[in-house]
Design a protein around this ligand. Sequence first.
Ligand SMILES: C[S@@+](CC[C@H](N)C(=O)[O-])C[C@H]1O[C@@H](n2cnc3c(N)ncnc32)[C@H](O)[C@@H]1O
Length: 189
Amino acid sequence: MSLQSGLPLFLGQLIRSPHKISAIAPSSAALARRMAMELPLDRTGPVVELGAGTGKITRALLEAGVAPDDLHAFELNEEFVDNLRSGFPNIHVHHNKAQEMDQLGLNNVRAVVSGLPFLSMPGSIQHAILRASFKAMGPGGVYIQFTYGPKSPVQDRVSEELALTYTKSETIWGNLPPARVYSFRCAVV
Ligand SMILES: C[S@@+](CC[C@H](N)C(=O)[O-])C[C@H]1O[C@@H](n2cnc3c(N)ncnc32)[C@H](O)[C@@H]1O
């Protein structure tokens, strides 16, 4: 799938569902590669991508060495799902909400990589997504999330409830808008 095919699709869906997309452009290749760099090297197993959209992060994960059969992409928007299925025929594309991840029986997950608009999600949804992610990963799992804001995209209350710690990347200026990558770990899995 090329950027040429992804950008018009992204803009079309942004006009139709701005509150669900919550971004002005697909992630840049620079941001997608920076997210893939956060994949833990000391774990194996499936990788889950949440909010795969036009597939920019999907492509970076495959280029970073994730085997197509190990990659599970979750996406809510039907047109993005169709595009992901035709662009990446060998990965698993789930037309499901991220918070439904625990109903699909995924376990021993290596990492969860999220392009979800986390900042605009209510705390209850953030909690459900993070809890399902850390349950699927087990101890030592990493939840990787980008954000455009100056601070962690996870609400303080959710962070306290799940005893989250995080590391934060440098600012990726080659993204519109500039973004940072947070890698969360959970002490209570
Ligand atoms: C900001 S866009 C990011 C798209 C792509 N990952 C990127 O970086 O360009 C957010 C994506 O998350 C999807 N999305 C929003 N809420 C979702 C949910 N609860 N479960 C799954 N996907 C969701 C939207 O349809 C959209 O494709």
